[in-house]
Design a protein around this ligand. Structure first.
Ligand code: ADP
Ligand code: MG
Length: 712
């Protein structure tokens, strides 16, 4: 996340914290890849990879004192008197047994499936073991879950062992070793002291935080649970604080940038606009649409670039709002670039917009990958010479050969599907100014969260659907009802309509859930025999996916079996049934998005959520039977599933985005941190004050890392 800032003290050499993980030595390529999946690329990322929990390897119990029926894991410290390791056939692969003595008694300890233990443990070694103990005729027997070999001369009193968030194939041991190395670099070098502590001393003091080095030690290697709790509080605050500082700096930086001048054409053109924009539409705009258009027009007439998020449930009419703003841009003499995440969506939006805008004589073109060279060149020429007013496209818009004569407005549809960088690249195609930007999303984010996730955007919400919509009728049904449901689908198809069947997985997996491939095959042979059925999933080539969608949109394909790739914005008004299998594995907000694929035409539409009996023990799905309000659904989802699963937040641009803080659980800290950040930036907007040197150094280092990442 790059923040344009002047007057930040320039450091010639990149900080040691910015070194790549490979600089730690002895890191295998696979490990590098696994770390990358966790967003860990640098020493800095490692020290801020916080433990998910801790295993308590403290307070060993004397073997003689082990209770008769211990109900939890216990710890024992002793010496190995015998050790045996055998390889096994089958999945378990190995069994290791040790006799451990501590002077009070003898314990048998077993490990399964740890082939490496054979070469590691030997009689005579001092060892700390943790596990569940049962009484057997031959004395106490422990199934070991954790152990640590203790050096003979080590005064070991036990420890809390950090257990990190992991990814497939990456061992906690490996991560612990790397974090340890990273910490020793970070903590040993005095030159890093300031950069390690972005909190200005006054802020730390006001909140009673201990110094950053102490906190880093305490979060990774706490001596007591109190230590890590104290450290956790500090880092939660730090994350919110940095986020708030960055977004206010970004807002401030944007304010100093020049916007295209939409008022130069004079007041008459505004009056003209106010008369014209309503006439673009065959319908009356809703109150919410008018209100949001007014927000946008006000922004666009200011000398600083607009940076606004438009949120609104599926079908609320965001396109009409965008079209109105495009009209304003065009009447002020500027071009618009409209970017959508897929070819099919770009094509649909092009058709929608062209139909609306051509009424005002606005010239719109489509630019996507699957176009002939000639058409592409024609569009590019006309964009450059200003003959075209609007271009609608996919990522194809950000390629180098796309240039604009006078780009003044950028619209990004389904913005969470794009990275910060892609949005910035499109904006950078304007000359001499930063274009006004409108990003749109149908993923409802509760207001409290929008403050964090979209902190540097102004937010507008359309909270009203156009009149006359028949809400989609939603039913929650058990698996046993599937035959009846599919019969209903056949009936709808017989009446000329179309249906979606959504499955949670692509292929069959270990989890007992429906897979799209298998279900497509089965339905084609059985329930939907004789119907035109097609399969759509995320591993297909984009071109193939678009082709399937096109066949469905044209009505040729009658039933589309799909994974959640249909979630985003596709508009097929003739589709009236959405069946979701294993609905219990999805989030409510995601199901709501899926449901938004139907109910787009005049016919009555249905959404059937199918779950095995007992799977929806919270009665969660029933909320969807009761309400169509996306915000209410998102709120409930947040309460039930927590913040991390919320659609649209996981890809928020910054790699260092909220690792430990949770805006829902820690909302009080969020408010405090925002207040503190506002005070600091208010008093020292350029961060030139020596008291803010740590903050400035930290942000400068992050900027440098971001720009290295971009250029590599
Ligand atoms: P979304 O916000 O999901 O992008 P769209 O802009 O695609 O929604 O609008 C959904 C449908 O509603 C379109 O067919 C559009 O023409 C129609 N629509 C939008 N605004 C209104 C309105 N005020 N009255 C009636 N229909 C409308
Ligand atoms: Mg849309």
């Amino acid at each position: 996340m790059s923040v344009a800032r002047k007057d930040v003290p320039a450091v010639d050499r990149p900080s040691k914290l910015s070194l790549p993980v490979t600089s730690l030595g002895n890191v295998r390529p696979q490990t590098v890849e696994q770390l990358d999946k966790l967003g860990i690329r640098t020493v800095r990322d490692l020290i801020h990879h916080y433990p998910a929990r801790y295993d308590d390897l403290r307070s060993p119990v004397r073997i003689a004192d082990i209770p008769a029926a211990p109900d939890a894991e216990i710890n024992v410290l002793g010496v190995i008197s015998q050790f045996k390791h055998v390889r096994l056939r089958g999945r378990v692969r190995s069994k290791s047994t040790a006799l451990i003595e501590d002077g009070s008694g003898m314990l048998r300890a077993v490990w399964f499936g740890r082939p490496y233990l054979g070469g590691q443990l030997k009689p005579g070694m001092k060892i700390f073991v943790r596990g569940r103990v049962e009484r057997t005729l031959a004395g106490p027997l422990m199934s070991v879950t954790q152990h640590r070999v203790v050096d003979a001369d080590e005064a070991f009193e036990g420890e809390l062992v950090a257990v990190y968030p992991l990814t497939a194939g990456l061992l906690n041991r490996t991560l612990r070793r790397l974090v340890g190395k990273a910490l020793s670099i970070a903590l040993r070098d005095d030159a890093l002291r300031s950069e390690l502590d972005p909190l200005p001393p006054s802020v730390s003091k006001a909140h009673g935080f201990r110094d950053a080095r102490w906190a880093l030690q305490a979060i990774h290697n706490p001596r007591t649970p109190r230590d890590h709790e104290t450290a956790r509080k500090r880092f939660v605050f730090e994350e919110f604080f940095l986020l708030a500082v960055e977004s206010s700096l970004r807002r401030a930086a944007l304010k100093t940038e020049a916007a295209p001048d939409f008022s130069a054409a004079g007041p008459e053109h505004l009056e003209q606009f106010a008369r014209d924009y309503r006439a673009l539409f065959a319908f009356e705009l809703t109150g919410a649409q008018h209100r949001v258009i007014a927000n946008i027009v006000a922004d666009m007439l200011r000398p600083a670039p607009m940076n606004r998020l438009l949120q609104g449930d599926v079908g609320c009419g965001k396109t009409a709002v965008a079209a109105s703003a495009i009209l304003l841009a065009q009447s002020a003499g500027y071009q618009t670039a409209f970017m959508a995440p897929t070819e099919i969506l770009a094509t649909q939006q092009f058709q929608n917009l062209d139909a609306i805008l051509s009424r005002a004589g606005i010239r719109t073109a489509l630019l996507i990958g699957g176009m002939s060279r000639r058409t592409r060149h024609e569009v590019l020429d006309q964009l450059r010479d200003g003959h075209l007013d609007v271009v609608v496209g996919t990522h194809a818009l950000i390629t180098d050969d796309v240039a604009f004569g006078r780009l003044g407005f950028v619209v990004i549809d389904e913005q969470h599907r794009f990275g910060v960088l892609q949005r910035a690249m499109l904006r950078a195609k304007a000359h001499g100014h930063t274009p006004h930007t409108l990003v749109m999303t149908a993923t409802p984010i509760p207001r409290t969260l929008a403050q964090t996730v979209y902190a540097d955007l102004d937010v507008s919400v359309i909270d009203e659907l156009p009149p006359g919509r028949t809400p989609v009728k939603t039913y929650v049904r058990p698996d046993a009802a599937k035959e009846k449901i599919f019969a209903f689908v056949r009936d709808e198809v017989a009446h000329g309509r179309q249906a979606y069947v959504v499955c949670p997985a692509i292929e069959e997996s270990e989890r007992a859930i429906h897979s799209a491939e298998k279900e497509a095959h089965r339905l084609q042979m059985e329930d939907f025999k004789g119907l035109r059925v097609a399969l759509l999933h995320g591993r297909m080539q984009p071109r193939q996916k678009d082709e399937v969608m096109r066949l469905f949109a044209r009505g040729f394909v009658q039933v589309l079996i799909s994974t959640t790739v249909v979630e985003v914005g596709v508009d097929v008004p003739n589709a009236t049934v959405m069946v979701v299998l294993d609905a219990h594995v999805f989030g409510l907000a995601q199901l709501h998005q899926l449901r938004g694929r139907v109910g787009r035409g005049a016919e009555k539409s249905y959404c059937v959520l199918v779950a095995p009996r007992g799977a929806d023990d919270l009665g969660r799905l029933a909320l969807l039977e009761r309400t169509n309000d996306g915000f209410e659904i998102a709120d409930e989802d947040l309460k039930l599933r927590g913040w991390g699963t919320l659609a649209g937040t996981e890809q928020h641009g910054g790699d260092h985005f909220l690792k430990i803080a949770n805006p829902v659980r820690d909302s009080a800290v969020l408010a405090e941190a925002r207040k503190a950040a506002a005070a600091i930036i208010g008093a020292d907007p350029e961060l030139g004050n020596p008291a803010n040197a740590g903050l400035a150094a930290h942000l400068a280092a992050l900027d440098r890392e971001a720009s290295i990442r971009v250029s590599s």
